[in-house]
Design a protein around this ligand. Sequence first.
Ligand code: UDP
Length: 401
Amino acid sequence: MLRRLSDYRGIVSDAKISEIHRKSRKLYKKHILHISSTPYGGGVAEILRSIIPLFNDMGLYVGWRTMIGSPDFFRVTKKFHNALQGDDITITHKKTELYEDTNKLFSRFTHIDHDLVVIHDPQPLPIIACYRKRQPWIWRCHIDLSRPHRKLWNYMKGFILSYDMVVYQMEEFAAHGIPGDFKVIKPSIDPLSMKNMELPKSTIKKYVKRTGVDVKRPLITQISRFDKWKDTEGVIKVFDIIRKEMDCQLLLVGDIALDDPEAQAMYERVLSIVKGSKDVRVILGAHDVMVNAIQRASDVVLQKSIREGFGLTVSEALWKGTPVVASKVGGIPAQVVDGINGYLVRPNDYVGTAKKVMDILSDKNMRKEMGRNAKRHVKENFLVTRHIEEWIDLWVEMLSW
Ligand code: UDP
């Protein structure tokens, strides 16, 4: 399933493919390294899995390493992640010591002699302090920084200030007192991956049936890691409101990322809430084709997040022509155009959210129209080809400094 840039012909123009190849020539012989915290689970891994092989197919040397850390380290970094998204935290010496020491240890088995380094998210952020810096470093932040915990952010800034560039998901996240250069690069989906490729109707039906869902009845879905920011419990509340008014089913598809020690408890909590409900199904760890089939078969996809860095699941569903009802947080408003390809709602407005879902469920023509708009919006804005081109532009610019 290795893809080449030329495979995207027909989805994007030949001129665009040729332009990306031409731009990448300036990076020949340059070695670029990405470091992130987990090889699977969540949007960062999803994106790196699709873009890294493409860069290499184009003749570049772009590598990806994932952090090695203890469960305690990931417990601390999850707390940091939560606090950067607005939670409270007690910052103790024990936490910062474990955070920094794990990065120091990781640096002992991670030689870096690359021409440029891209660090993703807070987990490996301090690793920059473990090397004699002799190349440009980028911090790529994927989280919702709309309301970071002040004191923790100030501590994080101590590391961020050494970076040459910070890359955010959204313009709004770029404030908060980081004085250096920044860029906004929005994420993307890969239209040819197993998660997003076209599927025959029979395959869609086969996989959706396996979830236990009745393919003839209306289906509402949310696909998210089991994480409190995704508000799966809120989704169930919204569904309960809808179910009183009309016949439908809810599918909650979720997984547990390697770097998230809170997910198991959240999963168990969701199971206990829906226990006994014949119209709600919870699927753990669905493979990519199954997720693909579910997104295609759903009548509405919900993304009821309280905070959201970007929310790749939104573009994934839109690409498949499925309208999305989603909270107006983080990167979601860039993807959902209210009333055109879905609806934007306030995260705590359960009744309003239920109403929007019902509006879509009860109007087949609108659903089809929204679906067409949805695919077009993703095609114009959130495909992997645009994403890799923006990275190439930035790397070329930074390596010419
Ligand atoms: N995902 C998945 N299976 C699941 C839950 C999520 O494959 O059970 C994928 C989803 O399709 C998307 C990514 O994980 O590609 C989630 O990315 P997003 O940006 O929406 O959220 P994040 O998890 O990064 O906060």
